[in-house]
Design a protein around this ligand. Structure first.
Ligand SMILES: *[C@@H]1O[C@H](CO)[C@@H](O)[C@H](O)[C@H]1NC(C)=O
Length: 150
């Protein structure tokens, strides 16, 4: 009987996790900072400098598996946030009607939305820095860290 309730509890947890990941993407905005285009920038220069979680052992931006698809995010509220190293799918609807979806690793805090490298912004939106109007409307979805190559 004890075992049955435990199994039920585990199943309920699994279902809850399943439905959480089935949540619709949330809208936010995307900008760039060329800080993220420098592979030699040490993680110690960010709010995610604690050498913890999936980022443990990674010393520079360039070592992150899906670099330059890295970003600062408003989810990181301060030093050693549990959102450091989180993987998010970013969805962008290009002017030609195509929707591009790419995964980005959260490596820093940001005052609003997501801030990635100029190259990351280009890969998602198709726009060079000089064409990018800023504050691009994107949708985001938290995905497993394996989607970011961890
Ligand atoms: C960072 O957070 C993790 C998980 O909560 C904790 O184990 C670790 O000690 C923290 N590291 C620092 C340097 O605060």
């Amino acid at each position: 009987m004890q075992l049955v309730s435990l199994t039920t509890a585990l199943l309920t947890t699994a279902l809850a996790v399943g439905s959480a990941s089935a949540q619709p993407p949330a809208p936010t905005i995307l900008n760039y900072d060329t800080l993220y285009d420098h592979p030699d920038t040490p993680l110690s220069a960010t709010a995610c400098s604690a050498d913890a979680g999936v980022l443990k052992g990674y010393k520079t931006f360039g070592e992150i598996p899906n670099y330059p698809h890295i970003a600062g995010s408003f989810f990181v509220e301060g030093f050693n946030s549990s959102s450091c190293g989180a993987c998010y799918s970013l969805l962008y609807n290009r002017a030609d009607g195509t929707q591009v979806v790419l995964s980005f690793t959260v490596v820093n805090s940001a005052s609003g939305g997501f801030i990635s490298s100029a190259q990351g912004v280009k890969d998602l939106t198709g726009l060079d820095i000089n064409e990018f109007p800023g504050n691009a409307l994107i949708s985001i979805l938290n995905v497993p860290s394996i989607d970011c190559g961890f």
